[in-house]
Design a protein around this ligand. Structure first.
Ligand code: HEC
Ligand code: HEC
Ligand code: HEC
Ligand code: HEC
Ligand code: HEC
Ligand code: HEC
Ligand code: HEC
Ligand code: HEC
Ligand code: HEC
Ligand code: HEC
Length: 319
């Protein structure tokens, strides 16, 4: 079941809105909006749930009518990115009803709450469907993301009318938002050495896309998974004449931990030598270097093997 008004207005919007809206967005309008779910599967008691027939254009009243009773919502809406939806409807301004569904029955019922869709009360899946009706283009993988599968939906992180972060309509800024649920991750950012996420210098979303990706742990998709890190740490990007094999093989996470560590260089082992000796036999190191048993524990390997991420000059990364 569909909301015909979106179809009717899609062409119109494509014509009138192109100047202002993103190209991808227009494609979505022209091709994708027809799949906005009607509120047929609405929450119990919602008007839309009662009617099995598709909504007609005459079931919509326009934002100006909503504003007569919902002054606060209408006023706050001025700075909302969804304001741009006015352009989808020509001058009709059917912004509110794009999310709340057709409002005539609600209005004629004097504000009958059973005859309007309130996403604040809807089931997460149903709210997600409403939002994805327009945003699936930018977030095509949401439904199979760990968040969606755990029942965490758009409304857990976003609020349309009561957001703290107006740009992204977030309920709370990062990382506060994330720490509400990920208390174990908060603990790792409390370690003595950590990426400055709590300090606001780096964001969770620099490395993760919470809307779902093809990588594990919702990591942002890149051609090469090291790019998640080398985007900022450009000096480790390479290529080098002499590559250290695990950089390409295991990747940055072969030696580092991303959130926080007891180790100042965010190593996933307490000391450099313990890290190296996982792969390079300590006995061999002692023999080759003539340092004798035990001494390899004293001098950090990287005192000599300084260019451990790769070198253009030396096969043993000494310079
Ligand atoms: C004649 C006045 C009136 C008009 C016009 C009106 N509403 Fe309402 N609306 C109300 C009243 C009264 C309530 C219930 C009291 C409240 O929660 O504020 C309400 C509640 C709501 C709710 C919350 C429902 C719930 O389950 O809690 C939403 C959403 C809503 N209106 C959206 C709209 C939209 C969208 C429009 C325009 C299409 C609109 N309203 C037009 C009077 C009106
Ligand atoms: C992009 C989708 C969207 C648009 C557009 C939208 N709303 Fe809402 N509305 C929501 C969501 C989601 C909620 C639940 C609370 C929240 O997330 O802020 C909500 C809640 C409400 C409520 C219930 C009270 C509250 O604040 O929680 C009212 C009333 C309401 N909206 C009116 C309006 C009016 C009037 C407009 C047009 C000016 C409008 N909405 C436009 C999504 C939308
Ligand atoms: C009818 C289409 C439509 C629906 C339904 C819709 N949106 Fe939007 N959304 C838009 C448009 C248009 C914009 C503005 C895009 C732009 O700025 O280019 C927008 C912007 C946003 C932004 C801000 C994007 C930015 O770059 O700052 C967020 C966050 C967002 N929407 C979340 C939601 C959520 C959550 C819901 C469901 C409650 C929802 N939207 C429902 C059309 C929609
Ligand atoms: C776990 C929290 C979380 C959930 C769930 C979530 N978002 Fe977001 N969303 C964010 C954060 C954080 C940002 C800003 C960082 C970014 O862009 O990744 C954002 C940004 C956005 C943006 C603007 C930037 C962009 O990439 O287009 C849109 C639009 C958006 N979300 C829509 C949605 C929709 C629609 C849903 C549900 C299908 C949803 N979000 C679910 C946290 C969330
Ligand atoms: C409402 C609670 C909630 C909020 C808010 C939330 N998450 Fe989640 N997150 C979950 C749940 C539940 C899961 C799935 C179960 C799990 O893996 O812990 C999950 C999964 C994840 C995963 C994948 C974990 C894995 O092992 O694959 C990442 C990464 C993640 N969240 C990051 C974030 C970030 C970043 C934010 C803030 C922008 C955030 N989350 C906000 C509840 C939340
Ligand atoms: C510097 C990049 C980076 C930042 C910033 C970052 N993460 Fe991660 N995160 C990762 C990587 C990489 C993994 C995968 C770790 C692995 O596979 O060993 C991960 C794993 C996770 C996981 C799943 C495994 C676990 O440790 O529980 C969650 C949940 C998570 N991150 C949440 C967050 C939250 C919440 C924030 C912000 C407070 C955040 N991350 C900031 C890179 C980052
Ligand atoms: C958004 C940019 C950004 C991304 C992405 C990023 N980092 Fe960082 N990283 C930084 C900044 C900034 C610092 C220095 C912070 C400080 O001064 O404490 C840092 C510090 C470090 C350090 C400690 C360096 C020192 O000063 O001793 C290591 C190790 C590190 N990052 C590894 C990684 C790894 C591995 C990844 C990928 C999972 C990654 N980083 C992703 C910005 C980033
Ligand atoms: C073979 C293990 C290993 C791998 C793989 C690795 N690193 Fe490192 N990294 C180290 C060691 C050891 C140090 C500490 C060097 C020292 O003690 O000075 C370090 C230090 C760093 C530092 C701190 C600044 C510096 O120059 O000392 C950053 C940033 C860093 N690594 C980023 C990365 C990134 C990004 C990747 C992936 C491209 C990566 N590392 C892969 C072992 C590794
Ligand atoms: C995850 C496993 C791993 C870790 C950890 C690791 N390496 Fe390596 N390293 C390798 C592999 C594999 C090679 C390539 C060996 C070969 O080609 O014979 C290599 C090559 C080297 C070489 C060059 C040898 C040559 O002559 O080609 C040096 C020097 C070296 N590593 C030093 C270190 C040091 C120092 C550390 C600790 C900071 C370290 N490695 C950590 C796996 C690792
Ligand atoms: C005092 C400086 C110094 C320290 C400390 C040091 N190395 Fe070396 N390492 C060298 C030199 C010099 C070479 C020989 C380079 C050459 O042949 O060109 C070398 C060669 C190597 C090689 C390549 C030769 C081979 O074994 O195949 C590896 C691997 C290596 N070191 C690993 C380590 C590890 C692991 C540690 C720490 C446990 C370590 N080194 C500590 C100076 C050092």
């Amino acid at each position: 079941m569909q909301l015909p008004i979106h179809r009717v207005n899609a062409r119109e919007a494509a014509a009138s809105g192109r100047r202002v809206l993103r190209a991808g967005w227009i494609l979505l309008l022209a091709g994708g909006l027809a799949c906005i779910p009607a509120r047929a599967a609405g929450p119990k008691g919602s008007a839309a749930a009662d009617t099995a027939k598709p909504a007609a254009a005459s079931d919509y009243v326009g934002a100006d009518v909503c504003a007569t009773c919902h002054e606060a919502e209408a006023k706050n809406f001025a700075g909302n990115p969804h304001r741009k939806m006015v352009l989808m409807q020509g001058a009709n301004g059917v912004t509110c009803e794009n999310c709340h569904g057709p409002g005539r029955a609600h209005v004629e019922g004097g504000g009958d709450v059973t005859r309007i869709f309130n996403p604040g009360k809807g089931a997460p899946k149903q709210v997600d469907q409403t939002c994805l009706g327009c945003h699936a283009g930018a977030h095509p993988d949401f439904e199979r993301s760990p968040h969606a599968r755990a029942g965490v939906g758009c409304a857990n992180c976003h609020s349309i009318h009561h957001s703290e972060e107006t740009a992204e309509l977030l309920k709370a800024a990062q990382p506060t938002l994330c720490f509400q649920c990920h208390t174990d991750v908060r603990a790792s950012f409390n370690m003595p050495f950590h990426h400055k996420v709590p300090e606001g210098l780096v964001k969770c979303s620099d490395c993760h896309d919470v809307h779902g990706t093809f990588e594990k742990s919702n990591l942002r998709s890149r051609n090469d998974s090291n790019q998640i890190c080398t985007k900022c740490h450009t000096e480790m990007r390479g290529p080098f004449v002499y590559e250290h094999t695990p950089i390409k093989g295991e990747g940055c996470m072969g030696c580092h931990t991303p959130h926080g560590s007891q180790n100042a260089r965010l190593l996933n082992m307490p000391s450099v030598n313990m890290l190296c000796n996982q792969c390079h036999s300590p006995v061999a190191a002692a023999t080759v270097h003539g340092m004798g048993a035990g001494s390899s524990e004293l001098t950090p390997c990287t005192d000599c093997h300084t260019y451990i991420h790769g070198s253009n000059l030396n096969v043993a990364f000494l310079r």
